[in-house]
Every structure is written in C-alpha cells, then in structure tokens.
Design a binder for this molecule. Structure first.
Ligand code: UDP
Length: 364
C-alpha cells in the first residue's frame, strides 16, 4: 500500500514515531511535514531522538491565524496528494491540529480514503480549535483508530462506531521506549541542572484558551507563581506561542522574577521525559502531557476545566483546576492514589495495530 502521512507539529511527531517503523516494514510511506512547527526545538529534535524518518516533503506553513494557516496548508497539500505519480491509497492523519484538518479536507476532496489516529477524543468544548478539528476529521475519515473505550463511546454517539478500531494509544508505545532511558539518566542529568528528583514541578502551557486573552494569561501566570517556590522550583519549557503572548501582554517580567520559576526553551522528547519522570507533579494544559504523566506515575494538575483524557481524572491521577491558584495548590497537596495504575492507554503495541487495521480496511 502507498500511504501519505501528513504531520506538522510536536505531538504528531511523537505519535507518528510509533507508527512509522511498523508501517515502513511492509508498506510505502511518504511523510509530508506541513511545517506547522518547523524549528529545531519543536521539530527536528523529535525526528532525531525518536528515530522518525526524515520527511519526504517539508513545507514551511507555520504562523498566521488558524484559518489562514489551514487554508495555506490546503493549497499546498492539494497538488502533492493529487499528483497521479504519487497518489496514495490512504492519507493518514493524527490528532487534532490544523495539519490534521487540512490533510483530511484535501484527501476527502480528492476521494482518497482517510485514516485518523487518535480518533474519537472529545472535550465537548467547541470553542477549542482542536475540538472542531477532530470532530470534522472524524466525520470525513473512513477508518477511525481510537485510543480508549471512551473514544469508542464518543464515536458511537455520533453514529461512527462502524468505522472505529480500538488500537490503544500510540503515545504509550513511545513512552514505554523513552521513559526507561529517561529514568536511567535522570539523577546525573538533574544534578547538572541543580534539580533534585521529586523536588521540583514541571509545567507546560500553550492552549489558545489560556494564553491568547490577557486576563486568562494573567491568571495562568498567577497559578504558576503560586505553585512555584524556592523549596519547590517549577521548570517551564516555554512554548513559542506562550513566550510571544507573555511579552505582548507584559507578563514576561512578572513570571521571570517569581521565586522558584525557571523558564527554559522547549526541550526535546528525551529531556522532557527526564524532567517528567522525576517531577513531583506536572501542571499542564497539554493533552499528551496528561497521559504521559499518568504513564510515568506522576500527579497531573490540568490547567483547563475540561479534558479529553477523562480516565486519568476518574482514577485520581489528574485534577482539573482551570486557572485557579488555590485549586492547583490543593491538588498538589493531595497524596497520589495508592496501588497499581490500571493500563488505561493500551499495551505499547498500538503502532502495529494501526498497520494491521490499515491492511484490513484498505489492502487488496
Ligand atoms: N514535549 C516535549 N518538550 C517540551 C514540551 C512537550 O518534548 O518542551 C512533548 C511531550 O512529551 C508530549 C508532546 O510534546 O509528547 C506534547 O505536545 P504539546 O503539549 O505541544 O501538544 P498537545 O499534546 O497539547 O496537543
């Protein structure tokens, strides 16, 4: 089979890393990178450290509003996917970004079947661009590769159950590979940075709903400052979108001056995993990081009032505090649940199951 994979940003490189190896063992994959993220810290380092094959096509379509970016992607993807010499049997898209939506819209228009990895996730908040992207993509796709039973139930409600295959979560595949390496190097790596295992917090934040409006951004800064302290530093690898908004809205200096807050550039996946596995807790508005924290056995405080990964909340490892400083402090003061963590996100073989499902649905 000839498969065109369309990816463009950090979490998609992680997910594609789980699928690309088993896929290329048996099929012809053409990796198209839209360049939604294109600098080293958000792109190239993921290809290097996760052994993801270099893109066959690399565009540079980052920046701009959601609609402007998506429309530029559509315009550039159309000739690539329509080219009769390269026309794929399936277009494979991941997650919920502008790249996902653009890939799906172009494939649908060209009559090429679409397979969607991480289908069926819902926050039920249509103000989030990610929610709109994933709903539309699911309704255009012919194969819905779902990570959890919750995702299957969401698709049942939308009349899409016949297209769904529960393959487990592809991020678990990558985590099972990266976290042991992270644990091995953690003590030395942290000591060089003056951090003690279990003695610091890790934070990430970049959702539009948290950083674009000045009031929300100020509240985010309040939460981060409240959680950090000289006794418990908070390491914040700063997403470029967040860095830009902090400067624009004059919040940068307040955050930098706060005791215990350590702003750093975005880090690569191995360094991020090293920070994560050794952290006392994680504060995040990222979807992927909520799951990775659970898989690492690290408490997660989610800086949103909804989540797609509801299972992590139900089992007590994740708390939704939105941007409320006191709620964040209360969550961090809770003991972590005792006992084994149930395997909520599959067994680390989702990538192989994605390939098997593609073969079953589209080969021959
Ligand atoms: N990540 C990373 N370095 C960082 C921040 C995040 O490697 O400085 C990784 C993280 O481990 C996860 C992914 O990037 O695998 C999550 O990406 P992001 O938060 O951008 O996307 P989301 O999951 O919110 O869509």
């Amino acid at each position: 089979m000839r498969i065109a994979t369309v990816v463009g940003n950090r979490p998609q490189f992680v997910k594609a890393a789980a699928v690309s190896r088993p896929l290329r063992a048996r099929h012809d994959e053409r990796l198209i990178h839209t360049g939604q993220h294109h600098d080293d810290a958000l792109s190239a380092v993921f290809f290097r450290e996760l052994d993801l094959p270099a893109p066959d096509v690399e565009l540079a379509l980052g920046g701009g509003t959601n609609l402007a970016q998506t429309s530029r992607m559509i315009a550039e993807l159309e000739p690539l996917l329509a080219d009769p010499a390269q026309r794929p049997d399936v277009v494979l898209v991941y997650g919920d970004t502008n790249t996902t939506l653009a890939g799906a819209l172009v494939a649908a228009d060209l009559g090429i079947p679409i397979a969607h990895v991480e289908a069926g996730m819902r926050s039920f908040d249509r103000r989030m661009p990610e929610e709109r992207n994933r709903v539309v993509t699911d309704h255009l796709a012919q194969l819905l590769l779902v990570p959890t039973p919750t995702a299957t139930r969401n698709l049942e409600r939308e009349g899409l159950a016949d297209l769904a295959v529960d393959v487990g979560d592809v991020m678990t595949d990558v985590t099972l590979h990266v976290h042991p390496r992270a644990r091995e190097r953690a003590a030395g790596w942290l000591a060089e940075r003056d951090l003690v295992p279990g003695g610091f917090l890790l934070a990430t934040a970049h959702r539009a709903g948290n950083v674009d409006e000045p009031e929300r951004l100020a509240a985010l800064v309040d939460v981060l400052i409240a959680a950090a302290g000289p006794e418990r530093p908070l390491v914040l690898p700063l997403h470029p979108r967040t860095a830009a908004r902090l400067r624009e809205h004059g919040e940068d200096a307040r955050l930098r001056a706060a005791p215990g807050v350590r702003l750093v550039e975005p880090v690569g996946p191995l360094d991020f995993a090293t920070l994560l596995v050794a952290a006392d807790g994680v504060l995040t508005d990222s979807g992927g990081v909520q799951k990775e924290a659970y898989l690492a056995g690290v408490r997660c405080v989610t800086l949103r009032d909804t989540t797609e990964w509801t299972e992590t909340v139900q089992v007590g490892w994740n708390r939704l505090v939105d941007l409320n400083p006191q709620a964040a402090l209360d969550a961090l003061a809770q003991p972590v649940p005792s006992g084994e963590r149930p395997p909520l996100f599959g067994d680390g073989r989702a990538g192989e199951r994605v390939v098997a499902a593609l073969e079953q649905r589209f080969a021959g």
